[in-house]
Design a binder for this molecule. Structure first.
Ligand code: NAP
Length: 338
């Protein structure tokens, strides 16, 4: 009871919970690490694995026995990350292409997502983990090849399409036997910044076409969308043995933070947690598949967290339906059964 209250105080204070102080304290009471070997023989895709948090997930996943598909948009960076892991951890890295698999895809380009998913599905019939980690903060409104606002495409549309196209491979994890069995996990890497944003529901506001684009606000809006979409996906695929979560990493020292928020990085630098601490909960979710205690599936530092503050209203069901309908239309996927 006491630790739960203390944990909630850390969470609401932001500065205590989100920084390195959060995991330093919570480590004393949070749930146990995943069992050694719990991802043995399992395939896990991490998007945006060429930097920051995604890169920091690779070694912990390997340690748990996973084959890690290291996905980035830049092939040279993917090769660099894999090379660095191989040099630093020759005991974990196996033969080339065996447990560290290079994957190249621009997650914000829906045509590239379609092509890459078809390729992966042919190579990997059973997929156990899909971590939608790739992220951007775009200072001025930019459109992708398909005419979608960039942050929306990278955080929402691309991952949604990827989840839909890889759904058969994820569902296959529930039916498989031995180490291949046990169900699959999809994790959306959101941000605590999503608390500052409500859900947009019309095409023009979802795409930020009203001429008031702001990179930080646009980022927060799409991070709210990720949390809502993860809940929708959870309900949609739970019966197929696929657990879906969203999570946020707190404030972690990564190239993304120092490049996109240099002022914040300068002020908060000494207090930022390291990338491994920011990546911890995503890896833990993939390896342990915990049951969420309520109807939301948003986690941070190994505990489920509220998706709204007490003063905020949850998005109404009609708003969620309108948002999801737009995502389905933009990605050419079927309407969700909800
Ligand atoms: N660090 C934090 O404190 C913090 C806080 C809240 C949320 N997050 C979230 O955590 C995730 C990782 O952030 P980070 O801090 O580790 O940032 P980062 O260091 O900038 O890493 C972002 C990764 O995403 C990749 N990426 C960007 N656009 C892509 C695309 N279109 N297709 C494929 N990959 C793409 C980047 O590839 P390139 O190397 O090619 O650019 C990079 O590997 C993001 O979703 C972010 O919103 C981070």
């Amino acid at each position: 009871m006491l630790t739960r209250a203390l944990d909630a105080v850390l969470d609401r204070s932001l500065i205590l919970g989100y920084t390195r102080i959060g995991p330093a304290l919570r480590r004393r009471w949070w749930p146990a690490d995943a069992a050694p070997g719990s991802l043995e023989g399992r395939h896990v895709v991490v998007t945006g694995a060429t930097s920051g948090l995604g890169e920091a997930m690779v070694v912990p996943l390997l340690r748990l026995g996973a084959t890690v598909h290291v996905l980035g948009r830049n092939p040279a960076k993917v090769a660099d990350v894999i090379g660095a892991v191989r040099r630093a951890h020759p005991d974990l890295a196996g033969e080339p292409g065996q447990v560290l698999v290079p994957e190249v895809c621009d997650v914000g380009d829906l045509d590239a997502v379609r092509a890459w998913c078809a390729d992966l599905a042919a190579r990997v019939p059973v997929l156990h983990g899909l971590v939608h980690n790739a992220g951007v903060m775009v200072p001025t409104r930019t459109e992708t090849a398909q005419g979608h606002e960039q942050a929306l495409a990278v955080h929402v549309l691309g991952p949604h399409l990827m989840t839909e196209l890889l759904r058969p491979q994820l569902a296959a994890a529930a039916g498989a036997s031995g180490p291949q069995g046990g169900g699959a996990v999809v994790v959306w890497m959101s941000s605590g910044g999503m608390y500052s944003a409500g859900l947009r529901t019309t095409p023009d506001t979802i795409e930020y076409r009203d001429g008031t684009y702001d990179g930080v606000r646009g980022y927060a809006r799409t991070k709210r969308m990720q949390v809502v979409l993860a809940d929708v996906w959870h309900d949609r695929v739970a019966a197929e043995g696929i657990a879906v979560y969203s999570t946020h990493p707190g404030w972690a020292a990564t190239p993304g933070v120092s490049d996109s928020l240099p002022g914040f990085d300068k002020v908060m630098g000494p207090l930022l947690r390291d990338a491994a601490s920011g990546a911890d909960t995503a890896v833990w979710l993939v390896a342990t598949r915990p049951a969420s205690p309520g109807r939301h599936h948003f986690w941070h530092d190994r505990a489920a967290r509220p998706t709204t503050y007490p003063v905020q209203r949850e998005p109404a069901a009609a708003a969620v339906a309108a948002f999801v309908a737009y995502v389905e239309e933009a990605t050419g996927t079927r309407a969700p059964a909800r």
